[in-house]
Structures are given as structure tokens and as C-alpha cells.
Design a protein around this ligand. Sequence first.
Ligand code: F6P
Length: 334
Amino acid sequence: MEFALDKQIVSQPDAIRSLMEHISVPVLDSERPFIFSGIGTSWHACRVAAYWLYELSAGRIRASVLNSHDLALSAPISSQDQVIVVSHRGTKRFPRQALTRARQAGALTIAITSSDAPAQDADHTIHTCPGELAGTHTVSYTTALTALAHLAASVTEEAGRHFLSTIQGVPDAIERTLEQSAPSTIAEKLVSREPIMLAGMGIDAITAAEAALKIKEGTYQWAEGFETENALHGPPAAIRPGMGAVVIMPDWEDGERSHLLLDSLRELGAEVYSCGTQQADLLFSAVERLVRPLVSIVPLQRLTAEIARIKHSNPDEIHRDIEPWTTVMGNIIL
Ligand SMILES: O=P(O)(O)OC[C@H]1O[C@](O)(CO)[C@@H](O)[C@@H]1O
């Protein structure tokens, strides 16, 4: 069975190319505070953006990342703030209320949303890609990251210019990653495993969290994203046979912590796979470290689709087509 999710995954290189051809971003002020806000996948994109700003400015720009519920209802906002709200659909109430509240506070507001979204209550709107066909979001994530990369580059001078030039190589890197065969054998092994731990070091921790959300939405199996070092402190107490795990391996020196986690998971009986740029079970194309979130997520998106195919779950509907989820999820006003 082919899912809309499959089409959206392979659409990513062209969607990013097309966005980069026409994108124009407002001029932001590196001296004023930044607040990034979103929910779920969009919140993960916000976390990446804050990470980029911190590193590209050598620690000078420290951005807040708030979920949209907090920003809509209670978090402090000042007229000095530059508030960037990411919401693919652009219809959810808290991202929308967050923009309105930020505008009322006199902050500069930027919405990052799909080209099919309704008008946003923001000073500037950046459109990423057409509305996703699948409930398990993929291309909206990587195009939102592309837009955020342009914003981050605009306030980080030489480091930002170099970063942006490396972002240009992302569509090709994703295409090379998609040339790998679909991870159906690993999917066979993980389909009956629960929970599934996803772990990544540094910026890859955000990819681990995003991949865990994909797996929950697309396969209905419980998955949890961890930062690798944190995965070593306490969680081994709960590792046991029956669990699955994927560890994203860094290309940089990590004091052997990722291998230690892999080995510990194996010794405690979990079904473990590595994801990385070389000698890994799930491969993605090597890119500079800060660019990895746009590429390292791709084999994990595909893993979700392959598990779903074996399991006959529906990543396009994220369980909303079957009771009691239809009713219960329908009652959750987003
Ligand atoms: O970007 P949006 O449209 O605000 O949605 C964010 C999140 O909401 C969900 O669609 C769940 O409703 C997640 O899949 C997604 O990550």
C-alpha cells in the first residue's frame, strides 16, 4: 500500500528547492530577543532554529522556545521581542492566539506556515509548501527548517552566510539519502517492539524527538526521543527485552557515549539499530553538523512508513479513522 506519507517524503528535495528559489525573509534585529513557538513537529523546528542561532552567533543570541499554548496564554512577551510562530496548517488556536497576543504586546511577529493556510495575524508571513496530504508531517518540517535557516542566517553574518551556502546542498543530500533502499527489514524487526527509544547527541536529540513523534503518529507504537547523554542517566533501569531502539550516531567526537548507549541497549535485550552517515543500519548523506536535522530525519520518516505498511496502520490518518480514536481525538480541539 502506498501512503500519502510516501509521496510527501519524496517531495522534500523539490519542495526545499522551490522554497529557496523564492524565499524572502524580513530583516530581524540580532540585538532584540527571539521567541520561537509551535506545537509538535513545528515545535521541533523551533528548537532547531534556537540551536542554530546560539551556535551561529557563537552563543551571543539566545532564543526562547515556547510551546504555543504557553505563549498564547501566559508567557511574558514584550514589545522588544521578535516572535516567530511555526504552524503548518496555520489553523490551530494556540499558535494563532500566540501571534495575536504577541502583536498586541507590540512585538514583531512572523508566521511560518503552508501556502494553503488562512491569513495569519502577523507582520510577516513566510509560506513553506502546500498543505501536507498526510497527518504524519514530513515536508512541512523540512521546509519550515529551510525558512528558519534563512532567518537564522540573516542575523548571524559570516557564519550565517556559510551556513546558508551549506543549506543549498540539502535537496541533493536528501536525494542521495532516498537512493538507499527502504528500511523494510529493520521495520520487520521493530514492528512488534514497544516502546521504541530514539536517541541523538546534541542537535540530533531534536531529530530523535521528531522521529519519536513520527513513529507514534504513523505506527501507533509508543516511541520516546532522548538526548543520548540523558539516555544514559537513569533510563537504562527501564530498558528490557521487547523494546526497540534507534541511536543516531554523531560524526563528531562524543567520548564514545553513543556506542556505550548502543552496547548497553543490546546487553539489556533491546532490538537496537544505528542511524548515521557511515557503517550504520539506517544511512543518511553526510552534511555539516548544523544542517543534519534536515537530512537525518529522512531515514526515520521512511522507517515510520515501512513499519506502518507491515502493521497496516495509517500514517495519513494518524488513527483518527478508527474508534475509539475517532471520537477521542475528535474531542481534542487543537
Ligand atoms: O504545524 P501545525 O499544523 O500547527 O501542527 C503541529 C502538530 O499537530 C499535529 O498535526 C497533531 O495534530 C502534529 O502532527 C503536528 O506536529
